[in-house]
Design a protein around this ligand. Sequence first.
Ligand SMILES: Cc1cc2nc3c(=O)[nH]c(=O)nc-3n(C[C@H](O)[C@H](O)[C@H](O)COP(=O)(O)OP(=O)(O)OC[C@H]3O[C@@H](n4cnc5c(N)ncnc54)[C@H](O)[C@@H]3O)c2cc1C
Length: 382
Amino acid sequence: MTIFAEHHHLFRAAVRAFVDREVAPQIEAWEAAGRIPKSIWPRMGALGFLGVEYDEKYGGGGADLFTTVVLHEECARSRSGSFAMAVGVHTDMASPHLYWTGSEALKEKYLPAICRGEKLCAIAVTEPGGGSDVAAIRTRAARDGDHYVLNGSKMFITNGALADLYFVAARVEAGDAAQRHRGISMFLVERETPGFTVGRTLDKTGMRASDTAELSFQDVRLPTSHLLGREGVGFYEVMRVFQRERLVAGVHAVAMAERALEDTIAYVRERQAFGGPLSEKQVVRHKLADLATLIEAGKRLTYAAWQKHAAGDDAVREASMVKLFTAEMANRVAYDCVQLHGGYGYMREYAIERFARDVRLFTIGGGTSEIMKEIIAKELRL
Ligand SMILES: Cc1cc2nc3c(=O)[nH]c(=O)nc-3n(C[C@H](O)[C@H](O)[C@H](O)COP(=O)(O)OP(=O)(O)OC[C@H]3O[C@@H](n4cnc5c(N)ncnc54)[C@H](O)[C@@H]3O)c2cc1C
């Protein structure tokens, strides 16, 4: 099964060359600094890697969804989960709120700078009180004439410390329990808006080059034009972008696992034990065969879901399955690949060690495995 045409291969070669030249040599420095320098974004913008699907009139590439798949596969192959995630948040988890639901005036104002990499985006849904139960968010947007006034706080926000534009979920009306989804909408908040504060940068297990921050909103006044989509139906729009986010997460998990498997195969070919390379031991060969099979299953599930999404069909069930399966799969790959590296697998200087820490996020971020199972069960009408 291939979903790619010749132009995708050319695009892949361009992204891979950029990653090899400008990302791979910097990964260790970025991990140590706990951030990716903002200079990478205009560089990626100039190469046409940001906003690949967006209309050319906004500075986008006007390309298809599978170009996006290629972009994320190659970013994830970099061996930096942080880099892949930072790109994914900017291009496919945050800015689609503007592209899909923003007014024409708002798109004209912000999208060109997003595509050029001059303005970095973050998506702020999770709150200190909880992330899984999105409908329970407490950040409030009260209408005051031709403004909304935002009050509340957000937690665990990727690109949060460095972003310029924040796509923020807030409750416009209290609503009763049955209607609690309807009161949520998305708002575009510029970093410089008075009352908006970027709090501490959080110290994490993995994804250490990705900045993750707390945000706070105190009487933040936003023109009503900064409401994205229609008031009260924001939740359903958030869910649409979540589908995209989960499909991108699947691409990341599969591509990172593939790279880890390649690294591990190279290692066991080299490593000698009991008179020969590890790769000749049957138990090692079988373990690698199992991992390759799991990765292939994850890849095909992911591609099939992207095809459904590309056709414009509702892919909630498939996107949730992709997120669940690939996140668990990547962690299984991480566990076994570390094991096959022996003591070196536990050492910081080996990329496999970082991979194992990075992919631990996958069963938690962007909707936990348990929440994916809840969604799938609902789709099964349970
Ligand atoms: C590094 C990192 C980056 C992140 N980036 C972002 C970002 O950019 N933007 C953003 O908005 N959020 C972001 N998040 C937040 C992430 O999406 C949430 O952490 C996630 O949705 C889980 O929410 P929670 O942490 O509040 O856990 P909780 O919702 O408190 O869940 C705790 C545990 O309970 C389980 N649980 C909850 N409800 C149920 C249920 N009904 N049935 C069974 N089990 C259940 C969960 O599966 C989990 O195991 C990020 C998180 C991390 C760690």
